[in-house]
Design a protein around this ligand. Structure first.
Ligand code: GDP
Ligand code: IMO
Ligand code: MG
Length: 425
């Protein structure tokens, strides 16, 4: 491996954190390229469970340089408390490097995220309310404030006052909120600046030099393909590009640097927040996935919506990310079902779709076309080789490979580091 992207192939929470943690053992750099603290990446090491939202999952290994690149939006308060949390639990975060071009999440972004969702009522997106959408909006409106602005108080104050003049009109006149004052924000962010200054670097240059020197670089995606602002189920998406192309843009390297793109998908599928979901289950099967899979959000604690694996969506993820291989997680959660269903198409208005529909309307009213496969009742959490899995579980994995057209190189059977079946190596 030299440069590999780990990308969520569904609606997020596929297990990207645990996959990155597994691969990071052999990596030199682990780079977050988009998103912010809407992400919640869980890593289980023995009895310890770490939930990371901004610091790349590679931080757990002393030989890895974790990098937060320019495509990420950073809430400095959250970043600093995550660094502190790691330190207090015996993990050394001092190698962390942060791009000066990354945009800052400001207090008015969090406020706007909250009130905009409230105003949308039943049409709400179900955001994580961390200010992600409003921060990216300002970035593209060219009114954002970047990490590097923290280090010149005059520039910071000028930019803040210019943007607050507009935000306060929106907050007070549109959303009936109190205005925000610049002094308090300047003070608060000046304190953050002191702590962040030693971490800031030209991360594009850093990654370039690493690639030139033949070092191993892992790009850790957040969210997932179907939450991508361009390729996801818009508007029920996040405000960045989690897809593999985002790794190049968000970290300042060209696409030719990337040689492998590993799609991470659960053996079933989940979604948090609103939006279409063809294979969603509303019965005790879905409840069981939630219970056994502990499907509650890492960031917001919300119950995740669950359903059978959707191969139409997974083939789509293969295409829009140029996936080279798959990592299937949480296969253990499917143990105990007599039958396992997999969607291989959608039916809508007399038409059958085997490719992801161009018209999103179809996703709302379609019925999945299911193939039923035999389940297994064995406990598979101790499996370490493909041959350790019962024949039905192997057949399930092979069915996925046949339909998506790329190899499933890893299958995980539990949240811990060792609970992985690595094939072909
Ligand atoms: P991410 O956002 O993609 O990193 O995924 P999350 O960490 O939000 O959610 C995945 C959850 O599944 C975490 O609680 C993991 O510890 C857990 N997990 C990951 N892989 C497995 C697995 O193979 N089996 C089980 N039972 N849990 C897993
Ligand atoms: P990880 O990296 C699952 C969802 C939110 C909401 C939509 C927009 O842990 O897989 P936002 O706050 O980003 O504006 O919310 O996107 N969402 C996620 N769902 N996993 C995530 O991250 C998510 N990050 C955002 O629930 O539906
Ligand atoms: Mg998550």
């Amino acid at each position: 491996m030299t440069a590999t992207v780990v990308v969520g192939a569904q609606w997020g929470d596929e297990g990207k954190g645990r996959v990155t943690d597994l691969f990071a053992r052999r990596a030199d750099y682990v780079v977050r390229y988009q998103g912010g603290n809407n992400a919640g990446h869980t890593i289980v090491v023995g009895d310890e469970r770490f939930a990371l939202s901004l610091v790349p999952s590679g931080v757990m290994y002393p030989g890895v340089v974790p990098v937060i690149a320019s495509g990420v939006v950073i809430d400095p308060q959250v970043l600093l408390s995550e660094i502190e949390m790691l330190r207090s639990r015996g993990v050394d975060p001092s190698r962390l490097r942060v791009s000066g071009n990354a945009h800052l999440i400001m207090p008015y972004h969090r406020k706007l995220d909250m009130v905009m969702e409230r105003y949308l009522g039943k049409n709400r997106i179900g955001t994580t309310k961390r200010g992600i959408g409003p921060a990216y909006t300002d970035k593209y409106a060219r009114t954002g404030i970047r990490v590097q602005d923290l280090f010149d108080t005059d520039i910071f104050r000028d930019k803040l006052e210019a943007v607050l003049a507009e935000k306060n009109k929106i907050l007070t006149r549109v959303y009936n909120q109190l205005p925000m004052r610049s002094e308090g924000i300047v003070e608060e962010y000046r304190r953050f600046a002191d702590s962040l200054l030693p971490l800031v670097e030209d991360t594009s240059q850093l990654i370039w030099e690493a690639v030139q020197a033949g070092r191993t670089v892992l790009f850790e995606g957040a969210q997932g393909t179907l939450l991508d602002i361009d390729h996801g189920t818009y508007p029920f998406v996040t405000s960045s590009n989690p897809t593999a192309g985002g790794a190049a843009i968000g970290s300042g390297v060209g696409p030719k640097v990337i040689d492998r793109v590993v799609g991470v998908a659960k053996a079933y599928i989940s979604r948090v927040g609103s939006g279409p979901f063809p294979t969603e289950l509303f019965d005790q099967v879905g409840d069981r996935m939630v219970d056994v899979g502990r499907e509650f959000g890492t960031v917001t604690g919300r119950r995740r919506r669950c359903g059978w694996l959707d191969l139409v969506a997974l083939r789509y993820a293969r295409r829009v990310n140029s996936l080279t291989e798959l990592f299937i997680t949480k296969l253990d959660v499917l143990s105990g079902f007599d039958t396992i269903r997999v969607a291989t198409g959608y039916n809508s208005s007399g038409e059958t779709y085997t490719e992801f529909p161009r018209q999103q309307r179809v996703l709302y009213n379609c019925l999945p076309v299911y193939t039923d496969l035999p389940g297994w009742h064995d406990d598979i959490t101790g499996a370490r080789k493909f041959g350790d899995l019962p024949p039905q579980a192997r057949r399930y994995i092979e069915f996925i490979e046949d339909h998506v057209g790329i190899p499933v190189n890893w299958v995980s059977v539990g949240p811990e580091r060792a609970q992985v079946v690595a094939r072909y190596r």
